[in-house]
Design a binder for this molecule. Structure first.
Ligand code: FAD
Length: 270
């Protein structure tokens, strides 16, 4: 028992402290769709926030719903904690349109039932305090890739749009986005003039089912060496995608990037 405790303590100390939290305030809140809110944040600390990859991440800290003052958490060697030992409302989002000159960053937040940051975004007003930490690693196009297949649910929609815009002209892009209602469909960037996105409506199926179906319909012939697949969304669906690609099809792991972006209530550990 003592050994277990010492080992746990040692492991806890191994976690690297994330980049510091930079104070920001809300500048603007725009309803990009009835399912998605775009929040523009501003702060001097954002003048030095360098995001040089698409589909990167930042962590957004917001105040608790009953207190509009922002308490900065401290790093305990394992996680950020507030003074009373509770976990802060700190969640991960995709940084969009980083403007270092003005010290601005945009994030787009899915509206969903019971979400702490999603709930905060509903009523966010100019001047409201928040903080941003990051960036976390984004996507690099491996050498030799000439075809990119993108798959994402609503939480990955901002990243998919960014990847479509960023993909070089010589790369063929095909994107699949799963939404839970028509209301979530937004205008997406084209890839060099072409409409790259196919929308999939998934009303009552488990989240990510439509994306899993797209991937299960692929055979090795559909995934030649020049192809890279990027997918992000609900964690169990992403696991099913990994399983088809890497186990059923035997695709080398370097040929796909698959990221769990959120977990349903029963597995929530973020
Ligand atoms: C690298 C990365 C990038 C991401 N980028 C974005 C982004 O740009 N935009 C974005 O909206 N999200 C993004 N996410 C996902 C986001 O971090 C989670 O959805 C997060 O849980 C939302 O926080 P919340 O406070 O609103 O909900 P929480 O308080 O964390 O969750 C409350 C409850 O809602 C459930 N839940 C969480 N998200 C959803 C959802 N989308 N739909 C239905 N139920 C949900 C949880 O399981 C939990 O039961 C990203 C995640 C990662 C890892």
């Amino acid at each position: 028992m003592l050994i277990m405790t010492e080992r746990t303590d040692r492991l806890r100390k191994l976690r690297r402290e994330p980049p510091p939290l930079r104070s920001v305030e809300v500048v603007e809140r725009v309803e990009r769709s009835p399912r998605l809110l775009r929040i523009t944040l501003a702060g001097d600390g954002l003048r030095t926030l360098v995001v040089d990859q698409p589909a990167a991440s930042v962590r957004l800290l917001v105040p608790s719903p009953d207190d509009n003052r922002l308490e900065m958490p401290t790093w305990d060697g394992n996680e950020f904690l507030l003074a009373d030992g509770s976990r802060p409302l700190l969640r991960t989002f995709t940084p969009l349109r980083v403007d270092n000159e003005q010290g601005h960053v945009d994030v787009e937040i899915v509206r969903h039932e019971g979400g702490a940051v999603s709930g905060w975004a509903e009523t966010a007003r100019p001047g409201d305090p928040a903080a941003v930490s990051g960036p976390g690693r984004g996507f690099d196009l491996p050498d030799g890739v000439a075809r990119l297949i993108l798959l994402g649910d609503e939480t990955a929609l901002p990243a998919v749009g960014q990847l479509i815009e960023w993909a070089p002209g010589g790369v063929d892009v095909e994107a699949h986005v799963e939404v839970i209602s028509d209301e979530a469909v937004v205008e997406m960037p084209g890839h060099h003039g072409d409409d790259a996105v196919t929308w999939h409506l998934s009303v009552s199926d488990p989240p990510g089912s439509a994306l899993v179906e797209v991937v299960r319909s692929l055979s090795t012939a559909d995934l030649p060496d020049i192809t890279h697949l990027w997918a992000a969304g609900e964690a169990a669906a992403m696991q099913a995608i990994r399983s088809h690609l890497f186990t059923d099809l035997g695709l080398p792991r370097s040929r796909a990037t698959v990221r769990g972006y959120w977990k349903p209530a029963r597995d929530q550990s973020d």
